[in-house]
Design a binder for this molecule. Structure first.
Ligand SMILES: Cc1ncc(COP(=O)(O)O)c(C=O)c1O
Length: 355
């Protein structure tokens, strides 16, 4: 890049100073619908008493991948109800989704006790006439598989324990007199909506990715109850068959990949007319079908086209990147502006030579 002088940031969205950040956090997050009394994060290893700062980082895996577990319990009459049982469930849940405890259960218990006692003290200081013994507190605890990037794996991350005490607003006095209920049976359409949405429910994907990664794989490929390959943990899949067909699973149970969709245009507009590919189709296939028919197996995601050279320790074709994958990669790299692309305003970059 040539020498540039940096001018003004041209955007309308405010960039906050440190003081403004604190002011905004206080203004926005101090007001809650419930009273939050104390917060603990093992990353910070301290109790935070100001709700404005009871925050988790944006790269948290609980937020990005649903890769966390939690539990919740009541504290009434200065007593944790079934604390041991809740902690056993918490520990078991963590094991089930492959998250290591960052500290012992005894240490977690001690922190929870400290938070509870801190919360009672805070309530007493707020109102020394309050019926502390009759006040119902809640504590919610979380174990996250970590943070540090927005990636899919947690194998390389440090788990984080969080806890928060609060006064719940559930109107138990009213509820205990009785309620109405409804059964809800999610139909095929609603289930598919959930499967097709790029929701933050990536727990299954995160576990699949960790499992593949721990064996030396890359993303891990999800297989459904019928044995059909669906998609990789964060990419779509497609394969070129020995008979020159291109096949990819239908998008009814998975996320519609924009990278695959774009590459399909190239396959349809160029590779088929030029005879490199015979036809492109979306249909289900299982592992046996892959092993018997595959010529090239390709991952498509996040504007990356990645050849799979081995699947379950079996070489794909000659174990080298295939010519179709190479052509798609070359075409993709040389993409000119496309419908839907938008140019970023970098008018603040002023070429020194011309100024
Ligand atoms: C589960 C899943 N499928 C497919 C994709 C591919 O989508 P795209 O090509 O739009 O990045 C992604 C991308 O993150 C994904 O997470």
């Amino acid at each position: 890049m040539e020498n540039f002088k940096v001018g003004q940031y041209p955007g309308k969205t405010k960039v906050a100073t440190k003081e403004e950040i604190i002011e905004k956090l206080e203004q926005t997050y101090r007001k809650k619908n419930i009273q939050m009394l104390g917060f603990y994060s093992s990353d910070l290893d301290c109790i935070i008493d100001d709700p404005a700062f009871m925050l988790v980082p944006i790269d948290e895996r609980m937020l990005n991948r649903s890769h966390g577990v939690f539990d919740s319990m009541a504290i009434t009459k200065f007593r944790f109800f079934r604390l041991t049982q809740h902690l056993q469930r918490f520990e078991n849940s963590a094991k089930k989704v492959g998250i290591q405890m960052p500290m012992s259960i005894d240490q977690i218990k001690e922190i929870m006790m400290d938070l509870a006692s801190f919360s009672y003290k805070k309530l007493y200081e707020q109102n020394n006439q309050a019926d502390l013994e009759g006040t119902v507190l809640n504590i919610r605890i979380w174990l996250s598989s970590g943070r540090g990037d927005f990636g899919i794996y947690s194998n390389d991350k440090k788990p984080i324990f969080y806890a928060c005490t609060f006064i719940p607003t559930t109107p138990y006095d009213k509820l205990k007199e009785g309620v109405k209920e409804f059964t809800v049976n999610l139909g095929q359409h609603e289930i598919e909506n959930i499967q097709q949405a790029k929701s933050i429910s990536y727990l299954e994907n995160a576990i699949i990715a960790n499992a593949s990664k721990s064996k030396g794989g890359y993303l891990g490929i999800k297989v459904d109850e019928n044995g059909f390959l669906l998609e990789a943990s964060i990419a779509s899949i497609g394969m070129v068959l020995k008979n020159k067909e291109f096949v990819s699973p239908p998008a009814d149970k998975i996320i519609e990949g924009t990278t695959l969709k774009k590459c399909m245009q190239y396959i349809e507009k160029e590779l088929i007319p030029q005879g490199y590919i015979k036809a492109a189709e979306r249909r289900y296939f299982d592992l046996q079908y892959v092993h018997e028919n595959v010529q090239e197996f390709i991952l498509f995601g996040g504007d990356k086209i990645i050849p799979v050279l081995q699947l379950n320790d079996k070489q794909i074709n000659d174990g080298q990147k295939g010519p179709i994958c190479q052509m798609i990669q070359d075409w993709f790299k040389n993409q000119k502006q496309d419908l839907g692309d938008e140019l970023v305003d970098v008018s603040f970059l002023k070429n020194e030579k011309n100024n």
